[in-house]
Design a protein around this ligand. Structure first.
Ligand code: NAD
Length: 436
């Protein structure tokens, strides 16, 4: 699996990420110069040795140095000949938790200092983990006077201990750039591996890395908290988690992983509350599970603030139950949202295709009439009644294509809770449609 068009790559930083990247890219056939300020690491690589222990790395470094594809230097001068500079320097935590960008700033300055001596274009790809916006705010400005430089974000996902294996069989390949050609050129470096790259914007690439690491941390903490509870209950935690993982429709799947509105309904809030109550009685602290309800409350609060900010005189809400295609109103976050809006004196009407007072009966009808009569009074019998009355719409549930077409046809401004981006207006402002 060697590349047919080897290009010159400079890898800045020969730490865990940089040295593995340099040696693996060299083994794909590229000509790679590893650059590090640490003379000891440079000396090790030059002598065909890995500067730290990582399974398989020593052999890769040895073979590729011997083959003349991998070299190392403590001076950044070699950047002059490179087509791509991969920046793999450290971004350690500062005392306050912020990301330390000292190494990155310096590496970028060192690259910029070599540019006046060269005429060919250069791609600067940031492989270090950096907070969204860093490429735009720190890296791009450093090259503002160099028209031939393109910036790419190419975060690394390898794990120490299996870094070489992860390089050749990555879980994910993300390349972000404003320049499609530069993104394609960086993706092409890894072409022999055969993974389909995700081509995204600079900021998205930076954010994906954080989202992945946060997700991994949350997964580990979740499994450990379930494990701790199982232990207290004298149960086999591995049997519980293995069985949980057997569900690849709802548990290990994209389900519940789309930003949207707060959760609700008759199960999740009730069962989380019971779990937290019972663990408290067992003298067990499970901060992750305990934080799920407060997190949900915060999300509801963000939605409320966004809705209160709307210049709406008459707010038409579409969807009342906690999700579409149910008439169960128990613990619907939309009900809570409406209660807050009414409390603030907002003029609101609601339509939910599954909740029509003239059509529902039994428990659900009694719940509306007896437990939430103040919400029941807001319900309209048809979508048209809301559309004709409102000057602003709030989409609280997904609707079918035909309903969305009718909504859009009004030209009314519309914000949605369903995609989690509460502040974005997803339909244009009303032209002349404002019923009295
Ligand atoms: P590291 O500390 O092991 O290596 C960084 C190297 O950069 C050091 O050898 C340092 O001497 C060198 N360096 C600093 N400034 C330099 C400069 N101006 N020019 C040349 N070399 C310079 O760090 P690491 O673990 O390889 O991590 C690098 C980045 O990758 C970090 O942002 C990290 O968060 C991210 N990352 C790390 C891992 C991991 O498992 N270690 C995985 C994915 C992403």
């Amino acid at each position: 699996m060697k590349t047919e068009n080897p290009i010159q790559i400079a890898v800045l930083g020969l730490g865990y990420v940089g040295c593995v990247t340099a040696a693996c890219l060299a083994s794909l056939g590229h000509r790679v110069l590893g650059i590090d300020r640490d003379e000891r690491k440079v000396h090790q690589v030059r002598n065909g040795r890995a500067p730290f222990y990582e399974p398989g790395l020593e052999e890769l470094v040895r073979d590729n140095v011997a083959a003349g594809r991998l070299a190392a230097s403590s001076a950044a001068d070699g950047i002059g000949a490179a087509d791509v500079a991969l920046v793999c320097v450290g971004t350690p935590s500062e005392k306050n938790g912020n990301l330390g960008l000292v190494q990155l700033r310096r590496a970028v300055e060192e690259i910029a200092a070599r540019l006046p001596q060269r005429s060919k274009p250069l791609i600067v790809a940031i492989r270090s983990t950096v907070f969204p916006g860093t490429c735009e705010e720190l890296v791009q400005p450093a090259f503002a006077n160099h028209a031939g430089v393109r910036i790419v974000s190419n975060p690394e996902f390898l794990r120490e201990g299996s870094a070489v294996h992860d390089f050749f069989d990555p879980s994910l390949m993300v390349v972000g750039s404003d320049s499609p050609e530069a993104a394609r050129a960086v993706a092409a470096l890894y072409a022999p591996i055969g993974i389909e790259p995700c081509l995204v914007s600079l900021r998205t690439a930076e954010m994906i890395k954080y989202a992945c690491n946060a997700f991994h941390a949350v997964k580990i903490s979740f499994a450990n908290e379930v494990g701790a509870l199982c232990e207290k209950l004298d149960m086999d935690a591995h049997e519980v988690m293995t069985t949980l993982c057997a569900d690849v429709k709802l548990n290990l799947s994209p389900a519940y992983l789309k930003p949207g509105f707060a959760f609700g309904g008759s199960c999740l809030p009730k069962d989380l509350r019971a779990l937290v109550y019972r663990t408290g009685r067992l003298d067990l602290k499970l901060p992750l599970l305990e934080s799920a309800m407060p997190s949900n409350d915060q999300h509801l609060k963000r939605a409320l603030e966004a809705v209160l900010d709307l210049p709406a005189q008459r707010l038409g809400v579409i969807g009342l139950a906690f999700k579409e295609d149910t008439d169960d109103l128990r613990e619907s976050p939309v009900v809570t949202l409406l209660e807050q809006l009414i409390g603030k004196g907002r003029d609101v009407r609601v339509f939910d295709p599954r909740i029509r007072l003239d059509a529902i009966y039994g428990t659900n009808r009694n719940y509306i009439l007896e437990t939430i009569p103040h919400i029941g009074r807001l319900l309209t019998a048809s979508l048209d009644q809301v559309l004709e009355w409102a000057d602003y719409l709030l989409l609280a549930q997904k609707q079918d294509a035909a309903t969305m077409e009718r909504i859009h046809a009004t030209g009314l401004p519309l914000i949605g809770l369903v995609n989690g981006a509460f502040h974005s207006v997803i339909a244009g402002p009303a032209a002349s449609h404002a019923a009295s």
